[in-house]
Design a binder for this molecule. Structure first.
Ligand code: PNS
Length: 162
């Protein structure tokens, strides 16, 4: 039986911290779906299709394994996507206690909804301070985001000046 997991998130934009979690998770499963999900609680910077293409480019540039699939999911439940692709595990990166508090209710709800378990991975502490919201803010104010994002994202944000 193939072990399939999903790494869901807004990825607005993908950061070096996300890529670290994706790389670690890809080694633990036969197939890993990196899923861009609309989060109604957040004001988006990039359209979902742009986030998907930046993820694909960044994964390719970083030479990550070929068992990674990038996809997007509209307005439905995350666990519906899991059922559709046969995934029984969600993967989330945990940077701090704040992330634990944010992720725990979602993990319990997803387990109750469809018996989908959530596994928390600890990323490299070097990325503990990196978040998409910080990147959006620094980019909007003209600061240097290259330490926080893959080169394709830095080039795109600098070119489009979003
Ligand atoms: O990167 P984010 O914004 O913290 O990711 C949160 C996300 C998109 C994974 C979460 O909001 C989500 O799972 N949305 C899908 C809707 C859903 O299934 N909600 C019920 C269970 S939490």
């Amino acid at each position: 039986m193939r072990r399939i997991a999903v790494v869901p998130g807004s990825f607005d934009p993908v950061t070096r911290g996300h890529l670290d979690v994706i790389e670690r998770a890809s080694g633990l499963f036969d197939e890993l779906h990196v899923l861009v999900v609309h989060n109604p609680g957040k004001t988006a910077l990039l359209p979902i299709s742009q986030r998907v293409s930046l993820l694909q480019r960044s994964i390719l540039d970083a030479g990550l394994p070929g068992n990674i699939v990038v996809a997007s999911w509209g307005m439905g439940l995350l666990v519906e996507y899991c059922t559709e692709v046969g995934a029984s595990v969600l993967i989330k990166g945990i940077r701090s206690q704040v992330d634990v508090a944010y992720e725990t209710p979602m993990a319990i709800v997803n387990r109750n909804l469809a018996a989908v378990e959530t596994i928390f991975l600890l990323p490299d502490p070097a990325n503990a301070h990196v978040s998409s919201s910080l990147v959006r803010q620094v980019a909007a104010l003209g600061g240097d985001i290259t330490p926080y994002v893959p080169p394709a994202v830095a080039a795109f944000l600098q070119k489009t000046r979003v």
